[in-house]
Design a protein around this ligand. Structure first.
Ligand code: COA
Length: 197
């Protein structure tokens, strides 16, 4: 706004306009990281991601490769792909795998914010501990919590996997590509177990 005002008053020449543009583009750009296991991504995650994409200049979805305690149903490449296929409508969002500590990864990416979704009160304790530890490791990295739509308050990737894989039922809580991937996983699981459940 300042730039257009100065420009309309004839205060700025081309060079200065360009410098202000660079200034705005590079110095003030807020990069946020949205980390998680995403095993698999759900509509709840995408809801949080959409909210974050409206607030921050760039949002980097960071998929934990091997740095959480979780035993995953999908390997890292599949989790990445399932996400990538769902972010085309967000022009300022990208996806990448990460290893090691989140704070170190954030630094290499120039990110100053970590976004986490906060659903029910039960999330709070875990999220609080993680945010405090990350702050202890890097006081310049701020954690911001966003609440997804209440439709997604009581879902999680594990619960959704249980319904799809063990109940052979489908939920409307995941995008189509994830439904298909879960169906394929379920078929593989049944073949492995010889149909015995
Ligand atoms: N909608 C639906 N479900 C959601 C959700 C939403 N909006 N937000 C979170 N969830 C669910 C996830 O599906 C997941 O469910 P699950 O446990 O049943 O699989 C659960 O909430 C939390 O998962 P997620 O958001 O993916 O986080 P995580 O706990 O799996 O990931 C890392 C944690 C990867 C961010 C963390 O381990 C990390 O930073 N690791 C790097 C190492 C490190 O720096 N460690 C120190 C951290 S203090």
């Amino acid at each position: 706004m300042l730039k257009s005002l100065l420009q309309s008053q004839g205060f700025l020449g081309c060079g200065l306009v360009q410098i202000l543009g660079y200034y705005k583009g590079f110095i003030f750009m807020t990069i946020a990281i949205y980390p998680g296991t995403f095993d698999p991504v759900t509509y709840g995650h995408l809801d949080v991601l959409e909210r974050a994409s409206k607030i921050f200049d760039q949002v980097l979805v960071a998929v934990s490769a091997d740095n959480s305690d979780k035993k995953t149903a999908f390997d890292c490449d599949s989790r990445l792909l399932l996400l990538v296929e769902n972010i085309s409508k967000f022009p300022n969002v990208s996806v990448e795998a990460f290893s090691g500590l989140l704070v170190d990864y954030a630094k290499t990416k120039g990110a100053s914010v970590v976004v986490r979704g906060l659903r029910a009160v039960s999330d709070f304790e875990y999220e609080f501990q993680m945010a405090q530890m990350n702050r202890h490791l890097d006081s310049g990295l701020e954690t911001i919590f966003l609440m997804p739509n209440e439709k997604y308050f009581y879902t999680s990737s594990s619960l959704i996997k249980q319904v799809h894989l063990f109940g052979n039922r489908e939920t409307n809580l995941v995008p189509d590509n994830v439904s298909i991937a879960l169906r394929n996983l379920s078929v593989k699981k049944n073949i492995k177990s010889g149909g015995k459940e």
